[in-house]
Design a protein around this ligand. Structure first.
Ligand code: NAP
Ligand code: MN
Length: 267
């Protein structure tokens, strides 16, 4: 039976053109193309930039099949190939010449007075106040109190997300072979009045963080953001953050090298 492929593309002209070309080529090579998303597809192709990849992962609830990204003119760290490599891609795929890179997700459980809401991030989750006030967050690591953070907020990045918002905040780029969570402060206050860590801290994958907003902050809104999707809460009791069991598998070809890619995109 021929393999089933699902294609997700953003709205840009170059993405649409790439999608049309890819459909033709896949059809010619005997693959069948799913009209709608189906969980039993053998492969998902994602055409666009990193933002499109993230959108697809959330829209389809972190799909189980391998995912290949085609970059159409954005930064594209998740995206493995460019639109001029469609033939190479189809050949390598048909020959099983690829590896799968597992991307773990970070999970945030927001406990409110009326229940728990969960949010997953491939890049990161972050907690911040509204723009007007600083927030004060009592942070524990595995149940042990570590600091009362004061500032704009904290961001918790996966290795894959280390090159995104985390990097703009002065966080470190993490080699994807390391399974660590990076906790990065957003505009920390560090004065005689307030003391917070001013650099990122790194945690092993089996530890979790507990974050309790200061009582007097409860009258303010807490904003949680996962991969750019934000939700506001008015009555947060505690937030727990750690790696989740959910992951996705990115297809990488023989010459993939993380540091070479980072060098070409950042330096
Ligand atoms: P966006 O605001 O349109 O994109 C921000 C930029 O981040 C885009 O250039 C995007 O790449 C890039 N990006 C996304 N994931 C990345 C990764 N893992 N490594 C390196 N760069 C990455 O929003 P978006 O495209 O939907 O992406 C959401 C992400 O934006 C969030 O997860 C957050 O990390 C990031 N963000 C960054 C800042 C900041 O740096 N100050 C502020 C807010 C959000 P493409 O151009 O390929 O889409
Ligand atoms: Mn974007």
């Amino acid at each position: 039976m021929s393999k089933k492929i699902f294609i997700f593309a953003n709205e840009s002209d170059s993405s649409r053109l790439t999608e049309r070309q890819l459909r033709k080529k896949l059809d010619k090579s005997g693959y069948s193309i799913c009209q709608n998303y189906c969980e039993d597809a053998d492969l998902m192709v994602c055409i666009g930039g990193d933002g499109t990849f993230l959108e697809a992962m959330h829209r389809f609830s972190f799909p189980p099949m391998p995912i290949i990204g085609i970059n159409t003119g954005h930064l594209g760290l998740f995206q493995e190939i460019s639109p001029n490599m469609l033939d190479d891609f189809i050949f390598n795929y048909s020959q099983d010449r690829y590896t799968l890179q597992k991307l773990s997700t970070v999970q945030m459980k927001v406990k409110c007075s009326d229940g728990i809401n969960e949010h997953l991030g491939i890049n990161e989750v972050l907690i911040r106040g509204n723009a007007t006030y600083s927030i004060h967050l009592n942070i524990s690591i595995d149940g042990n109190f570590i600091e009362r953070f004061s500032g704009d907020g904290v961001l918790i990045a996966t290795p894959a997300g280390s090159t995104a918002y985390n990097y703009s905040l002065g966080g470190s780029i993490v080699d994807p072979r390391l399974e660590v969570l990076q906790v990065t402060p957003i505009a920390p206050m560090n004065t005689t009045a307030y003391r917070s860590f001013t650099s990122s801290i790194l945690l092993p994958s089996d530890l979790s963080l507990q974050i309790v907003p200061d009582m007097h902050d409860r009258k303010h809104t807490i904003c949680v953001v996962n991969d750019g999707f934000s939700v506001e809460y008015d009555d947060v009791v505690e937030i727990e953050v750690g790696f989740s069991d959910v992951s996705v598998n990115l297809m990488r070809f023989e010459n993939y090298d993380f540091w070479r890619k980072v060098k070409s995109k950042f330096l």
